[in-house]
Design a protein around this ligand. Structure first.
Ligand SMILES: *Cc1c(COP(=O)(O)O)cnc(C)c1O
Length: 355
């Protein structure tokens, strides 16, 4: 399929790079592609960024049939622009689509479309330290019908947003607590899919956490409230007695690409990484024995978010003196270095946009 390109006549003024907020500003162009039952994906195009017209009966607005992804483009010291494991994001988007009854798309074509879009808007990729271009691919149901079934038409969009450093003041440990009323998901639900509905369902818990003064929620499994699953919208790692632990992908956990990369990175350093079921009681026990050395959350937006403490049953468990752990910093430096092209990439994770 060819990508039709319609460029904006007058480009928008560029932004002050030292002052970028997350997800507020968007570039000059966006990618769109339609799906029609019987015809497949068609009309791939890059057009000026702007509002999308759709029916008030569009199914996504009623029943939330939608999936999305998040990845970043970085400007390297030599001025070239690179993506981090984009094939993993599009693979996961198709797996999310399977769960949400959205038709699959061609992953190689999506990468080509993304590279073309980023190339057209390349002047929007910021180069100040810690900045990047956040990429949001998403797909949603557009059929004008309010009966409940899967849609017959969809729109695939990619929009781009220049973002600042997640940690302007350096990596800062966060406070978390355990949510005991709301559940994020249960086995058989949509927890493994990256879909907007999961986030809508999590807002009440997020609001509650913020009102109690916590930045993060430690989610336990929804059925037994026993097993550790994720932290906020990130995966979680524990360094206990010299070994790294992260909850296994049991069907309710979002398979993070940062998670996967950190497992590979730690193993390449000769560290032991164990993916297993872990209960909250085990964590508390290990903490009592003084064996919990570091806790950190992982995801594309922040890469690593060190966790300083956990409130549970009226007790505050403090990790690593509420300071950044040695490995949290080391993993962050290495991964961020590879992503931004400041360090060599022995894993072949990065892809230049003009490759
Ligand atoms: C996106 C996401 C993550 C992190 O995935 P990355 O690929 O590392 O960005 C973790 N948990 C949830 C719920 C997510 O939506």
């Amino acid at each position: 399929m060819k990508i039709k390109i319609e460029k904006r006549q007058e480009l928008k003024p560029k932004l002050d790079e030292s002052n970028l907020e997350f997800g507020k500003e968007f570039t000059d162009h966006m990618f769109l592609m339609n799906y029609t039952l019987g015809q497949g994906w068609h009309d791939a195009r890059i057009v000026p960024y702007g509002p999308i017209e759709m029916s008030p009966a569009a199914m996504v607005l009623h029943y939330a049939q939608e999936t999305f992804e998040g990845l970043k483009a970085y400007k390297r010291p030599d001025g070239k622009i690179q993506l981090f494991r984009p094939e993993e994001n599009f693979k996961r988007l198709n797996r999310s689509n399977d769960r949400m009854c959205i038709p699959r798309f061609d992953e190689d074509f999506a990468i080509k479309a993304l590279k073309t879009l980023v190339e057209i808007d390349q002047d929007w990729v910021p180069h100040a330290p810690g900045t990047s271009l956040y990429i949001r691919p998403f797909i949603f149901a557009t059929s004008p019908f309010i009966g409940v079934r899967e849609s017959r038409t969809y729109l695939f969009c990619i929009i781009l947003s220049p973002v600042g450093s997640y940690y302007p003041g350096g990596l800062a440990p966060t406070k978390m607590y355990i949510e005991d009323v709301f559940a994020r998901t249960v086995l058989g639900g949509t927890g493994e899919a990256k879909c907007g509905g999961n986030y809508a369902g999590g807002l009440a818990a997020q609001k509650k956490a913020a009102s109690k003064g916590f930045e993060q929620i430690l989610w336990l499994d929804g059925a037994e409230r026993k097993y550790i699953e994720e932290v906020g919208t990130s995966n979680v790692f524990f360094k206990i007695d010299g070994k790294f632990y992260t909850p296994e992908l049991s069907g309710t956990i979002l398979p993070g690409i940062t998670r996967k990369s950190i497992i590979e990175l730690l193993k390449s350093w000769g560290e032991t990484v164990i993916e297993c079921k872990m209960t909250i009681d085990e964590l508390v026990d290990y903490h009592r024995q003084g064996k919990v050395e570091e806790v950190f959350a992982t995801g594309t937006a922040a890469v690593i978010s060190p966790i300083g403490s956990l409130d549970y049953m009226g007790e505050t468990l403090v990790f690593h003196d509420n300071q950044i752990g040695e490995y949290s910093q080391k993993v962050y430096d290495e991964l961020f270095g590879i992503q931004t092209g400041q360090l060599p990439d022995p894993f072949g994770w990065t892809v230049l946009i003009d490759e």
